[in-house]
Design a protein around this ligand. Structure first.
Ligand SMILES: [Zn+2]
Length: 84
């Protein structure tokens, strides 16, 4: 089960739904939101933006190193990244 972002209405604090979205770039998406409280009716745009990397993607590693990682037990994988 996936978790979705629940943005609360900044006017009344009620839950909202994402009505639509627009991709601006690979790191920025606009979310068109609407308050679920029919007596409020507030609609707005929220920026969903990439902030920073915590752990680099394994896809950025050289192919040779990626293949080697698959053959080494997890406890020893860190040793592959120590410079000799
Ligand atoms: Zn509201």
């Amino acid at each position: 089960m996936s978790r979705s972002v629940v943005q609360r209405c900044c006017v009344c604090g009620h839950e909202s739904r994402i009505e639509s979205s627009k991709i601006i770039s690979d790191k920025l998406k606009l979310l068109y939101c609407g308050c679920k409280d029919p007596t409020c009716g507030h609609t707005w745009v929220t920026n969903l933006e990439f902030s920073h990397t915590l752990s680099p993607s394994a896809l950025k590693l050289p192919e040779e190193l990626r293949e080697k990682v698959k053959t080494v037990p997890p406890a020893q994988q860190q040793n592959l990244f120590v410079s000799q």
